[in-house]
Ligand binder design. Structure first.
Ligand SMILES: Nc1ncnc2c1ncn2[C@@H]1O[C@H](COP(=O)(O)OP(=O)(O)OP(=O)(O)O)[C@@H](O)[C@H]1O
Ligand SMILES: O=C(O)C1=C[C@@H](O)[C@@H](O)[C@H](O)C1
Ligand SMILES: [Mg+2]
Length: 163
């Protein structure tokens, strides 16, 4: 089975995906990482050099090139921009719904997200909130600690999947 984590830049997708994968014995995959490995460039540099449309093409292509088997995939923050990506995400999509103030606080000690140099978190959120909801099979808060979020997702998988 494939589990996809979607959400705003800095919402915790990579952190939760890594921890969840470890706990349930799935492979952790970072979609941005696949794109970067193939292109031998950072996502932000692809966007800067070739434009966002080209990057979105590569992002969709990466969804078709995921490894086989059980995966927890941390998606790029903008995966929901192309509605057609939804059909390529054959599995369960969890939207990590993290308060913007919480994201800002956590990112104070983290690296600067490239997109946030151009737009505020609020602008991105306004553009994307409904799209995240549309892609989501389940919405999970990541306002609390990592273990709590992982536990909520594990409970969902245990209770709601294969019913
Ligand atoms: N539940 C949590 N409690 C405390 N800190 C957290 C939690 N989840 C994530 N973080 C921290 O928030 C920051 C952003 O997390 P992370 O890099 O996983 O987000 P992301 O959604 O993958 O970001 P990006 O979209 O840029 O790839 C990191 O510093 C991470 O350690
Ligand atoms: O939110 C976005 O649109 C992006 C987020 C990053 O994860 C990368 O996928 C890229 O920089 C675009
Ligand atoms: Mg990440």
């Amino acid at each position: 089975m494939r589990i996809f984590l979607i959400g705003m830049p800095g919402s915790g997708k990579s952190t939760i995906a890594r921890n969840l994968a470890k706990e349930i014995g799935y492979q952790y995959v970072d979609l941005d990482g696949i794109i970067e490995k193939d292109a031998k460039m950072f996502c932000e540099d692809i966007i800067e050099k070739y434009g966002e449309d080209k990057f979105r093409e590569l992002e969709s292509e990466a969804l078709t090139k995921l490894p086989k088997g059980d995966l927890v995939v941390a998606c790029g923050g903008g995966i929901v921009i192309k509605k057609s990506n939804k059909a390529l995400m054959d599995g369960i999509n969890f939207y990590l719904d993290t308060d913007l103030d919480m994201i800002k606080e956590r990112l104070e000690t983290d690296y600067q997200r490239p997109l946030l140099k151009q737009k505020t978190l609020e602008q991105l959120f306004d553009e994307r909130y409904l799209k995240y909801q549309d892609f989501a099979d389940a919405v999970v808060s990541n306002n609390y600690d990592v273990d709590m979020t992982v536990k909520v997702i594990k409970n969902y998988l245990r209770n709601e999947v294969n019913k």
